[in-house]
Design a protein around this ligand. Structure first.
Ligand SMILES: Nc1ncnc2c1ncn2[C@@H]1O[C@H](COP(=O)(O)OP(=O)(O)OP(=O)(O)O)[C@@H](O)[C@H]1O
Length: 232
């Protein structure tokens, strides 16, 4: 086992009239791929918001190792469609997050790092295509490339494969898994897709109302994520 990068302990979150997370705890070790599973409304996004320090928990703690400063977090959101007439090329979209305070153009070093990211995410051949004309999977890989610009060591994918077709899901997650293994990138992947979690994750955190399970993915019994909703 490697050392931890993130440790969550006894985390509870309540909204008016509703407890969402109850004493949740888990450890993400460096270079591990963790998937967070759970039915709609159980608190997956809430947990991520606490980890990103956007929400204060009622109790419990979130610790980063060796320090908060040493952990750079990349975030890939849920798929959002982009208008077909969105004009920026894939390359320019990926470069958007570079802080261009002084010069509007990219330095040689910045161009090289964007170039590398386009190769890593299999977008280099279509780098000049307008993002609006790209497929759903290509758009999502462009978000992934953009999130990698700051060289994160923790990547959070927030239902990023939802609404992609099976081939596009695999293309995205193959890149993430390759980065996870070759660069020791730690990954948190929120998904409803249990087979996909089994294919890519090392560890799982299953949130259920009032409870949770955490362990290695091989120990996960088939959760009925939809049972409650279907019978409600
Ligand atoms: N700011 C808020 N104020 C009040 N209730 C909230 C707030 N944020 C989230 N909730 C509620 O907390 C619960 C958990 O929401 P959350 O978005 O974390 O669930 P989730 O597991 O990510 O769901 P999904 O799979 O549908 O995205 C939901 O019932 C939601 O309505």
């Amino acid at each position: 086992m490697t050392e931890p990068i993130l440790q969550v302990r006894n985390l509870s979150v309540s909204f008016p009239g509703k407890q969402v997370l109850n004493q949740v705890g888990f450890t993400l070790n460096r270079g591990r791929f963790l998937c967070i599973l759970g039915e709609n409304g159980v608190g997956k996004t809430t947990l991520i918001r606490v980890i990103l320090n956007q929400l204060k928990p009622a109790s419990g703690s979130v610790r980063f190792f060796p320090s908060r400063r040493a952990v750079r977090i990349g975030y890939v959101p849920q798929f959002r469609n982009i208008d077909a007439d969105y004009p920026l090329s894939i390359k320019d979209f990926v470069s958007l997050n570079l802080a261009k305070f002084k010069w509007p153009w990219l330095t040689r070093k910045e161009r090289a790092s964007v170039h590398q990211l386009l190769i890593k995410t299999n977008l280099d051949k279509i780098r000049n295509r307008p993002l609006g004309k790209a497929s759903g999977g290509e758009k999502q890989r462009a978000y992934l490339a953009q999130s990698l610009l700051d060289q994160p060591n923790l990547l959070i994918l927030d239902e990023s494969t939802a609404s992609l077709d099976p081939v596009a899901k695999v293309e995205l997650l193959d890149v993430v898994k390759w980065l996870n293994q070759s660069e020791q990138l730690s990954v948190i992947f929120i998904t409803h897709d249990v087979p996909l979690a089994r294919k890519y994750a090392d560890d799982y955190l299953l949130l259920t109302p009032g409870h949770y399970q955490f362990g290695e993915i091989g120990e996960l019994e088939n959760p009925n994520l939809w049972g409650k909703r279907q019978h409600a």
